[in-house]
Structure formats: C-alpha cells, structure tokens
Design a binder for this molecule. Structure first.
Ligand code: IPM
Ligand code: MG
Length: 356
C-alpha cells in the first residue's frame, strides 16, 4: 500500500425488510464518493454478513459467536435494518442489534436532526432545525436487567431495572460536551429528575460538574422529557445538542425524525469513540416490512449514515460531498414534487450524479 492510498475494511449487514435495497444504494454512493470526491485515494474491502429473519428461519442462528468475533475486526459496519414480524419481537433486536451495541461498547448513539429546506414537515416553521441527540447506548432500561416471575399467572411480576453508572454517564456526557464545542456550544440534558430522582440527578450533577470543570464555554440547560416532546414540536430550533439516556433517546429521536420531515431521512451512528470496537452506522427507521422488496424505500437515511461513517473514519471531505449532494437532492425534490415518486435506485443514482 502506498502512503497515498488507504483501504477501509468494512462489514455490511443489510439485515431485514428494506435493509438490502437501501444498503445497496448506500454502498453505491460510498463507492461513488470515494472514486470521485477522493479520486480513488481511499478504497474499500467489503464483507457482507447474512444476519436477520431469513437466516434465523433457515438455520436458527441469530448472531453466532464466531461472526460476532469476526465483526470486531472491521474499521466500521454499515447496517440496514433488523426486525421482522415473522420473528417474535425482541429476538433479532436483542440478539443482533443490541448484542452489538452492548458488546462493542457503543456508548454513544449519535442522531443528528437537520431540516433540509423544501422538505415536507408537519411543522409550520421547520426552517433552521439543526440539532444532534447524543443518546446513551449501553445502559438504562436497555440492559436487559430484569426477569419475569410467576410467568403467565395472574400474579406475574415483570421487572426491568434501569442501570445508570457514574462512569457511563460521565463518558457520554463528555462526548456530548465535545459535540457542543464543535457546534453552537449549547447542551440540553433531557431526563425526568423530578420523578427519577436517582438516575436523573446523577445525570444532572454530572453535567453541572463537567460544565464547571471542563467545558465552561458551553451553556447548559435542562428539560423534563415530557416537556421536551412539546418543545420539539413547538420550538425545535432552540436545541443544539441534547444528551439523554437510552430509552428517552430512543423515543425523542423518532420524534426528531418526524419533525424534520420523516424518519426516512434520519441517520445514526452507534459509536465507540475510542475505537476499541468498530462503530455501526444505520438509518434510524426500521425494516419497513410493508414496503420491502418493492424498490420504493427512500435510501437517503442510509446514505446519510454512510456520510456519518466517513466522518467517523476521518474522511470529512468525502462525508461533506455526500451531505452537499443530499441537500441538493432535497432542494430538487422541493421544486419538483414528481421526484417523490422515484425508486430507491433512482434516488441513489440521483445522489451519485450530484457528487462531482
Ligand atoms: C432504534 C430502534 C432500536 C432501539 C430497536 C430496533 C431495538 O428503535 O435504533 O431506535 O430501540 O434502540
Ligand atoms: Mg428507535
């Protein structure tokens, strides 16, 4: 390898439902941007993993240990979607997606929310919405810390215990502050510390301490999660960086996607900032089984996830080329409503065409 060329070793998990179609376009834009914006200075090696409902039905495998180990060796992972109505809820989600998020210590779940002019939003004034949610990814109610007793009887007891550690909160909070420093220097903690007095105040105290000791330039504030759902609809422009726990982040980022014109445009990264494990980039939307195989799913969220992946891999120019192309495609859609009827493939092609 010459000093000028770099090879990215990528794992691709198309997964379920529309996963395959959208990932195909994500990969297409990836190859295109590396060939054009970077003139081929960076190339990729891609290894596809067959995980999801189909494999589960055929073999009973969810995510075998050897593949879990193999996945650790990549520079990054691109994932389409996981989950299918033919498999009992929780098996694939916990067995693939959450196993990877927890096993690869993805303590940051980064979910940007940006309004592209011209996109149809349910809000009267969506102009200028531009914030990121830093969702904690390895703790909270997602830990699977619970159980059922007297299962199936009228006296059944079901526990799901939320885990929140000082260590886990501090590291995600520091990442959120660092994001704020690169942006408009505003950080909002969303929690529910008037009720969840243990976890909520640990989050609050951690934010206040880091603000004082490490990031005095950042302006911090706080919203209870119920109020935050209102602000996201009435005044989302107020937000720059939101930091929150795993479950609140799950809920808020669906709403954040909706207000900027649809979850079909929302990208995300499950990130291990230290690079101890590969990070996973995926659209926020799910597998959309109702439209799977029809070639009509919008691949934009996946394409934006590819851009986030390139940013994470320290290829900001390539990432920016994708962001610019998507922005121009959105502007074109706004001018010509007929473009909304394009196929998955046509949108992928159009975005490639917009990359010089
Ligand atoms: C998401 C999804 C997942 C989550 C599911 C599929 C496990 O809703 O990525 O937001 O709850 O985190
Ligand atoms: Mg979700």
């Amino acid at each position: 390898m010459s000093s000028q060329s770099q090879k990215l070793n990528l794992a691709i998990i198309p997964g379920d439902g529309i996963g395959e179609e959208i990932v195909e376009q994500g990969v297409r834009v990836l190859d295109h941007v590396l060939g054009h914006a970077l003139s081929g200075a960076v190339t990729t090696d891609k290894t596809y993993f067959n995980l999801g409902a189909k494999r589960y039905h055929e073999t009973g495998d969810v995510l075998p240990d050897d593949e879990f180990e193999q996945l650790k060796t990549f520079d990054a992972i691109l994932l389409g979607a996981v989950g299918d109505p033919s498999v009992e809820s929780g098996i694939l989600e916990r067995g693939i997606l959450l196993k990877l998020r927890f096993g690869f210590d993805h303590y940051v779940n980064l979910r940007p929310s940006k309004y592209y002019p011209g996109v149809k939003s349910p809000l009267k004034n969506p102009d200028g919405i531009d914030f990121v949610v830093v969702r904690e990814g390895t703790e909270g109610l997602y830990c699977g810390n619970g159980g059922s007793f007297r299962y199936g009887t009228p006296h059944e007891i079901a526990n799901e215990v939320s885990i929140n550690t000082a260590f886990g909160i501090e590291r995600v909070m520091r990442f959120a502050f660092q994001q704020a420093m690169k942006r408009r220097k505003k950080l909002t903690l969303v929690h529910k510390h008037n009720v969840l007095v243990h976890a909520g105040h640990l989050y609050r105290r951690t934010m206040e301490r880091l603000n004082r000791e490490e990031f005095p330039e950042v302006t911090c504030d706080y919203a209870h999660v119920d109020a935050a759902t209102i602000y996201l609809v009435q005044d989302p422009q107020r937000y720059d960086v939101i930091v929150t726990d795993n479950l609140f982040g799950d809920i808020l980022t669906d709403e954040a996607g909706a207000v900027t014109g649809g979850i079909g445009l929302s990208a995300s990264g499950n990130i291990n900032p230290e690079g101890a494990f590969p990070s996973i980039f995926e659209p926020v939307h799910g597998s959309a089984p109702d439209i799977a195989g029809k070639g009509i799913a919008d691949p934009t969220a996946t394409i934006l996830s590819v851009a986030m992946m390139l940013e994470h891999l320290e290829l900001p120019d390539a990432a920016q080329a994708i962001y610019d192309a998507v922005e121009r495609d959105m502007a074109a859609r706004a001018k010509d409503p007929g473009l909304a009827k394009r196929s998955t493939e046509q949108i992928g092609q159009a975005i490639c065409d917009l990359i010089a």
